[in-house]
Design a protein around this ligand. Structure first.
Ligand code: SAH
Length: 391
């Protein structure tokens, strides 16, 4: 097996468990690796760091799969996936969950969402893409699924020299499925929805709004298929309006409201949330609860400041729409914006809006997207509920 030797002074990151090795952290490679090969990684003193896959085309030269010298083969992937499923079951998941959350499950760049009997896969690096057949075999063996679909239509694959593609990895099936969550039902468009079709990471956060939405007038911005808003109606909201810029998402959200017999309470409209928040903030309807769940604001370090300005702006405007003593439910999925930075943007917004905040809930993504200490980008979702009062 080809051996990769790390420089003497490597970042403590690797020793502390982070699975990424950048090209500039490598002293030498003994042999001529092909992209996707499994290689042995060693510290400069010759001790084994672990085994991983290499891609000379990628800035991340190697991603570690194991810290131990065990064979990386079909059985390895079967065991990792089974282990991840057993962990989810221990946490109480039975139907829907993120089954594999990449680095958090020691399978870098692999995402698998389980929607009942259906599975959606993303293989985001060349090294993991090569093992797709083994991964599909493992899913077939463990779950006997009704369908498996690949959502590799994501630009990040180009960094690895991979094509974007999507399609069936099982016999074709109707990709518009219905899933159950907290006693509600949702259509999920596995083939054409955003990301894998559904945002499982907010699953337990959706239940956190249960008490504050009772008898409330609720506005949800960046609603996607209406999951938070339909939960709000289910938990006793008086009126709910959800807005999203995507006509497709709004169509699906309205269908979801009908599916749950909550369409007399829940309405969805296709609008630009940035414009709506700006205009209504000056003059317009007021709400007891405003919920914000925008898409990631940046993927590059150079834009973090702009992202923070964006968070401050929309939250400030959101706060202005809230009746005295109402609640703001606000999320951020921008990986590069740390919890501290996000919370300070919210504080700055409150100051400028002359509002006082009282924290009800602060948490991260659902536990089926485990956060690993030492792997920063596994702690990406910020979810905050605050009571908002005038100063
Ligand atoms: N809350 C949702 C997920 C939201 S994802 C859930 O839990 O399922 C972010 C959403 O923001 C996407 O649906 C996207 O279409 C929408 N979006 C992006 N830009 C927008 C804009 N300017 N105005 C309104 N919605 C926007």
């Amino acid at each position: 097996m080809i051996k990769v030797y790390l420089k003497k002074n490597i970042a403590p990151r690797i020793a502390n468990g982070h699975p990424w090795i950048y090209a500039n952290e490598v002293d030498r490679v003994a042999g001529q690796p092909e992209a996707g090969d499994i290689v042995e990684i060693h510290y400069s003193d010759g001790k084994l760091t672990g085994l991983g896959y290499i891609n000379p085309k990628s800035q991340i030269l190697v991603r570690l799969l194991s810290r131990k010298a065990i064979p990386i083969d079909e059985k390895f992937f079967f065991n990792r996936i089974l282990g991840a499923w057993n962990y989810r079951k221990k946490l109480g998941y039975t139907e829907n969950c993120r089954l594999i959350f990449g680095e958090s499950d020691y399978l870098p760049a692999l995402i698998i969402d389980k929607f009942g009997d259906y599975f959606v896969i993303q293989t985001l690096s060349l090294g993991i893409d090569k093992w797709k057949p083994a991964i599909v075999d493992a899913l077939n063996e463990i779950f006997k699924p009704k369908g498996i679909y690949e959502r590799n239509d994501v630009p990040v694959r180009s960094l690895e020299g991979l094509e974007q593609q999507k399609g069936f990895l099982s016999t074709p099936f109707d990709t518009n499925i219905i899933i159950k969550e907290n006693g509600l039902q949702f259509y999920v468009d596995i083939a054409n929805g955003q990301k894998t079709g559904y945002f499982l990471d907010q699953q337990h956060n959706r239940t956190a709004i249960k008490n504050i939405v009772k008898d409330a007038d609720v506005l949800g911005a960046f609603t996607y298929t209406g999951t938070f808003e339909i939960h709000a109606a289910h938990y006793g909201a008086k009126t709910v309006l959800g807005i999203d810029i995507s006509e497709q998402a709004v169509l699906q959200a309205n269908k979801n409201a009908v599916l749950n017999k909550l369409d007399h309470i829940c309405k969805f409209e296709a609008m630009n949330a940035f414009d709506v928040l700006k205009e209504w903030g000056k003059q317009g309807p007021k709400y007891d609860v405003v919920m914000l769940d925008p898409p990631a604001f940046t993927k590059s370090r150079g834009n973090i400041e702009n992202a923070l300005t964006g968070y401050k702006e929309i939250n400030l405007r959101g706060m202005k729409l809230i009746r005295n003593g109402g609640f703001l439910v606000t999320s951020s999925c921008t990986n590069l914006v740390s919890p501290d930075l996000f919370l300070s943007a919210i504080e700055a917004a409150a100051k400028d809006a002359h509002k006082k905040l009282r924290q009800v809930v602060y948490q991260s993504q659902s536990p089926d997207h485990p956060t690993i200490r030492g792997i920063d980008n596994t702690n990406y979702l910020k979810f905050l509920i605050v009571e908002v009062t005038g100063t």
